[in-house]
Design a protein around this ligand. Structure first.
Ligand code: TYC
Length: 103
C-alpha cells in the first residue's frame, strides 16, 4: 500500500484509508493552599501563552472552583505542557498539580 495514494500494487481503484482527526486533550490546573497566585499566573503566561489578564482570570477560577482549563492540544503537546508545569513547580518548591484529560 502506498500510504499517500491509497493504491495497492496492481489496483486501479484508489482506496483512501479513513483518517480520523487527532483527539484533543485539555490541560487543567488544580487548586492547592500553598502555590502562590503569582506563580500560577507566571505558569499560565509562560507555559500556556495566555495574556496577563486571562492568566489572572484562569488563576482565580482555579482558586475558587478547584480546577480550571488552561488549554486544549493534541496528546503529545498536552503531555509536554504538563511536564513543563510539573518541573517548574518542583523546582520552585510548590505542590501545584496539572492534569491531562481527553475532551
Ligand atoms: N489557592 C492558592 C492561594 O490561595 C492559589 C492557587 C491558584 C493555587 C490556582 C493553585 O492552580 C492554583 N495561594
Amino acid at each position: 500500500m502506498n500510504p499517500l495514494s491509497g493504491h495497492t500494487a496492481g489496483e486501479t481503484q484508489t482506496r483512501r484509508p479513513k483518517l480520523q482527526p487527532p483527539k484533543k486533550y485539555g490541560v487543567y490546573l488544580l487548586n492547592d493552599d500553598y502555590t502562590t497566585m503569582e506563580f500560577v499566573v507566571e505558569i499560565l503566561t509562560e507555559v500556556f501563552g495566555l495574556p496577563h489578564e486571562k492568566a489572572v482570570a484562569v488563576m482565580l477560577l482555579v482558586h475558587h472552583e478547584g480546577k480550571g482549563l488552561c488549554g486544549v492540544y493534541t496528546r503529545d503537546i498536552a503531555e509536554t505542557k504538563q511536564q513543563q508545569v510539573s518541573k517548574r513547580a518542583l523546582d520552585a518548591g510548590f505542590p501545584l498539580l496539572c492534569t491531562v484529560e481527553e475532551m
